[in-house]
Design a protein around this ligand. Structure first.
Ligand code: HEC
Length: 124
């Protein structure tokens, strides 16, 4: 009887520990989530640098993996407007998750790209 109760309390304490780690620290770990500014997102200043560092290695005119070329504004706009750019970076069902290796782009980066797409993917 005593050991059953002990096991239950141990499990309860463990569950509470996991829950508190998950909820308490998220904003400490990702402070940019709290201050993400998605107004006036610029293609040149916000979107292009992400593509250059995270995507163009596999999606350029010479190497179009998955038949996707993200080199040049006109190509990027086409993939933005057909919904596949956002679907892939947001890892939505039905899209190939991008980048394919490692972790997803930071939430604020994804939000900014979404805001730019929602604004009509301007060349700004
Ligand atoms: C290591 C190489 C590599 C990198 C880096 C990479 N991709 Fe891809 N990408 C691929 C391959 C391979 C496919 C085809 C995958 C498939 O069809 O399953 C693909 C497919 C896509 C597609 C089509 C997805 C669909 O479901 O139609 C888009 C859009 C795309 N990538 C955008 C991006 C973006 C944006 C980035 C940067 C955040 C990126 N990729 C980074 C290799 C890469």
């Amino acid at each position: 009887m005593q050991s059953k109760k002990g096991a239950f309390l141990t499990m309860l304490a463990f569950a509470m520990m996991i829950a508190s780690c998950y909820y308490d620290n998220r904003e400490d770990l990702f402070p940019e989530v709290a201050v993400c500014n998605t107004s006036n997102v610029s293609y040149a200043a916000d979107v292009l640098p992400v593509l250059e560092s995270q995507c163009l290695g596999c999606h350029n005119s010479g190497s179009q993996q998955g038949n996707v070329n993200l080199e040049g504004y006109d190509n990027v706009r086409a993939w933005a407007r057909n919904g596949r750019l956002y679907g892939s970076i947001a890892w939505l069902n039905g899209y190939a998750p991008m980048p394919p290796a490692g972790s997803q782009l930071p939430p604020c980066t994804i939000d900014k790209i979404k805001a730019w797409i929602d604004a009509g993917a301007p060349n700004n």
